[in-house]
Design a protein around this ligand. Structure first.
Ligand code: PLP
Length: 374
């Protein structure tokens, strides 16, 4: 049987083997409820504390600033709704038009309840500029929420500058860093971030687990009411196995960060060179400053959906845009926000490479694209 090539790592990633093995005991022998006072809970409790410390260290946070969640969607919902609902003055939120739907739909939900939201437009290369933020932020802004890097085109945002503008108006700064954590270096203290969302399955951890970093002293309401887990902010019995798996995956990615980045960047370069050499006409979206491995390609006058299906028939998994949008055949909101001409936007696919891809797979991807597009 032909080997399948997975090139949709921005949708999800393969679980790290060591992370998987580290999870097993917490689902078999060590199944105790970490929040109970007896001895059987001692080891799970210790494992949670160690995982929290590892995760905190990876972004230069303190352990008590890390709150475990079910993933990126929950972290984004919590940051946006939790900060709005703790503000009796209903001050405004500023976000961008090309955020993930976890942010956009959370903003739409608070808007319905009378909290104003402004949507900044990205530049053509996918950047939210400090000038764009300056033009609409006021003393009545409570929260600025701008993603660390876009999931469809990979463009990395000027987080430090945006943060400092938000703070100079007394606003909080949240970033959806779901695509960035575990792939590029992030130091929340140096950047000045108040809240940061992350999701384990994007960095070779298990699905259905993530975290929200909340800087000490940040005003935010609880996400789930019930038990006193996560210091009363996010009730629910802790998913010890997944939390341990997330911490091991993040530690492993962090320890190989530079090597992984170099590998993925060289695969990316090889793919683009092969496409150029084959004479395939394409436009790459996302500008110069992108996450390693996220490659958004537009083929003028082509149908991205058809390209995806033909690549699938050849055993290669890519995406037309955001994975969460795969049922939506309209032009994605990200490409719309970039004002990409329709004939290019319709012919767009996203190839997202990861540390497990190889050069021989790049050869196959390039030769398949040559057959399909030329
Ligand atoms: N934010 C971004 C930028 C994403 O790419 C995704 C997933 O695609 C999410 C949030 C949602 O994360 P999760 O799948 O963990 O809910």
């Amino acid at each position: 049987m032909k080997r399948l090539i997975y090139a949709d790592n921005a949708a999800t990633t393969k679980l790290d083997r060591e992370a998987f093995e580290a999870m097993v005991p917490w689902m078999t022998e060590q199944y105790g409820n970490a929040s109970q006072p007896y001895s059987f809970a001692r080891e799970p409790k210790k494992a949670l504390a160690e995982a929290r410390a590892l995760i905190a260290a990876s972004i230069n946070a303190d352990p008590e600033e890390i709150f475990f969640t079910s993933g990126g969607t929950e972290s984004d919902n919590w940051a946006i709704k939790g900060s709005a609902f703790s503000d009796p003055d209903h001050r405004a939120t500023i976000t961008s038009a090309f955020e993930h739907h976890a942010v956009l739909c959370s903003c739409a939900a608070i808007e319905k309840l009378g909290y104003p939201v402004t949507y900044l437009q990205p530049t053509a290369d996918g950047t939210i500029t400090p000038e764009a933020l300056e033009s609409c932020i006021t003393d009545h802004t409570r929260l600025v929420s701008i993603m660390f890097a876009n999931n469809e085109i990979g463009s990395i945002q000027p987080i430090k500058e945006l943060c400092s503008i938000a703070h100079s108006y007394g606003a909080l700064f949240h970033t959806d860093a779901v695509q960035a954590v575990g792939h590029i270096n992030i130091d929340v203290k140096n950047l000045g971030i108040d809240m940061l969302s992350a999701s384990a399955h994007k960095f070779n951890g298990p699905k259905g687990i993530g975290f929200l970093y909340v800087r000490r002293g940040t005003r935010i309401g609880s996400y789930a009411d019930g038990g006193s887990q996560e210091r009363g902010f996010r009730a629910g019995t802790e998913n010890v196995a997944s939390i341990v798996g997330m911490a091991v995956a993040l530690k492993n990615n962090a320890s190989m960060l530079k090597a992984n980045q170099d590998k993925v960047r060289s695969l990316e370069k090889a793919l683009l060179e092969k496409m150029n050499a084959a004479g395939i006409p394409f436009v790459r979206n996302g500008g110069e400053h992108t996450l390693p491995g996220i490659i958004s390609l537009s083929f003028d006058g082509r149908d991205g959906e058809a390209i995806l299906h033909r690549m699938d028939l050849m055993g290669i998994s890519v995406s037309t845009g955001s994975a969460c949008d795969s049922k939506n055949t309209e032009i994605s909101h990200v490409l719309q926000a970039l004002h990409i001409p329709e004939s290019l936007a319709n012919g767009t696919i996203r190839i997202s490479l990861g540390k497990n891809n190889s050069l021989s797979e790049i050869d196959e991807i390039a030769s398949s694209l040559t057959k399909i597009v030329l």
